[in-house]
Design a protein around this ligand. Structure first.
Ligand code: AKB
Length: 376
């Protein structure tokens, strides 16, 4: 499904080349394809499809059944995920040859999840820049060309992060509490810097690209970003992030393994249950453009200390052995991230509201599901 420049909803005919009608059918024409039942799904691209968010997103698309999904990842999809996608590509998102292949599809939405997270990016900053920045720029440019070709702005959903913040000290972090989108943007990690820059690139590509040329004002990319807190899934354990201590602690306890937490008990950042993260991406994608007052939104759910997480884990798994062995450098990264986010803009503009707070995340999502993951 596409939106044409006049704002009418446009469907692409599925029976081409047999169909005698124009390729793009306007809904207000109420054309035969509807009576013939040949309306097809919109094409969406998911990069980093094999990651934690990717798996959950593919599942959500499969259950809604209204999108034809193209997946991209460095690694082949597993059998379950393969069934959720129509086309699957293996490759590096910063490879221009891959972009060339993807560009031949009339993509309506891009969910660009591929990235090196904060800890991985610190281990290889040049690689992180190539993947996180060059990869994003290549996709944004591709989206612009597709938007030009189809006449419909390509929605570009971008998971950003609380790593864009750089709190100057622990005292300021504590007193600032929940921070809004436009303050303390002083990222200290390669990953945070990459994401902050890409947020701005996305806004530029949507609003300013070609500002000194005849392309000025042409709306070919509709960039929308969410700043994710640490995400916690019942089904997968993340790798390469600095917020990983929370999911690691829970998954270790579920397996009966001891866990030495790499941050202090009082370390505090925001977290969210994975299903809420996926819902947020889908809801932001579905929001009417006119209701959005910004292109980059904070979203929050709960903001516990490491000790509060440990206590919750112990109440679910009384035998859990959790100790603290703070890693000074990873701790410094956590200390530089905000204690919580002010997500009032997302709540106001597109109705953001997490389903799970800390108690319900544990009691109704994590604990009931996690035991099954390690059974047998
Ligand atoms: C990380 O720790 O790098 C990520 C994030 C908070 O963006 N989970």
């Amino acid at each position: 499904m596409f939106c044409d420049t006049a704002g009418a909803v446009v469907y692409r005919c599925a029976v081409l080349p047999l169909c005698p009608l124009p390729q793009y059918i306007h809904i207000h024409d109420l054309c035969p394809p509807f009576t013939l039942g040949v309306v097809v799904s919109r094409i969406v691209l998911v990069t980093g499809a094999n990651g934690e968010i990717g798996h959950s997103l593919l599942e959500a698309f499969a259950s809604s059944g209204d999108r034809d999904v193209i997946s991209v990842d460095l690694r082949p999809l597993g059998d379950a995920q393969r069934g959720y996608v129509k086309w699957s590509f293996e490759g590096d998102i910063s490879d221009p040859k891959l972009i060339e292949q993807l560009e031949s599809f009339d993509i309506a939405e891009i969910y660009h999840l591929a990235a090196l997270l904060s800890t991985s990016a610190e281990k290889n900053p040049e690689l992180a820049h190539r993947v996180n920045v060059n990869g994003t720029m290549g996709l944004l440019s591709m989206a612009r060309r597709i938007g030009q070709r189809t006449g419909s702005a390509v929605k570009f959903l971008f998971p950003s992060t609380i790593a864009v913040y750089g709190m100057p000290s622990l005292e300021v972090k504590t007193s600032a509490g929940a921070v809004a989108e436009d303050v303390y943007l002083d990222a200290t990690t390669m990953y945070g810097i990459n994401k902050l820059y890409c947020e701005r690139l996305g806004v530029y590509m949507s609003e300013r690209y070609g500002q000194l040329t005849d392309d000025a004002g042409e709306k070919t990319v509709d960039f929308r970003a969410l700043r994710f807190p640490g995400l916690i899934s019942a089904f997968t354990v993340p790798s390469g992030g600095t917020s990983d201590y929370a999911p690691e602690m829970i998954h270790a306890a579920a397996q009966g393994k001891p866990y030495a937490c790499f941050v202090r008990p009082d370390a505090r950042i925001p977290f969210m249950a994975m299903p809420d993260g996926v819902t947020a991406l889908l809801n932001l994608a579905a929001a009417p453009r006119e209701s959005l007052t910004r292109r980059v939104y904070n979203i929050g759910a709960f903001a516990p200390t490491a000790e509060e997480i440990a206590m919750k884990v112990k109440s679910a798994f009384p035998a859990a052995e959790i100790t603290y062995a703070p890693h000074p450098k990873r701790q410094a990264i956590i200390d530089s991230w905000c204690a919580d986010v002010d997500d009032s803009a997302a709540r106001r503009d597109w109705g953001w509201k997490p389903t799970f707070d800390m108690d319900t995340a544990f009691d109704t999502y994590l604990i009931p599901n996690i035991a099954g993951v390690y059974a047998g």
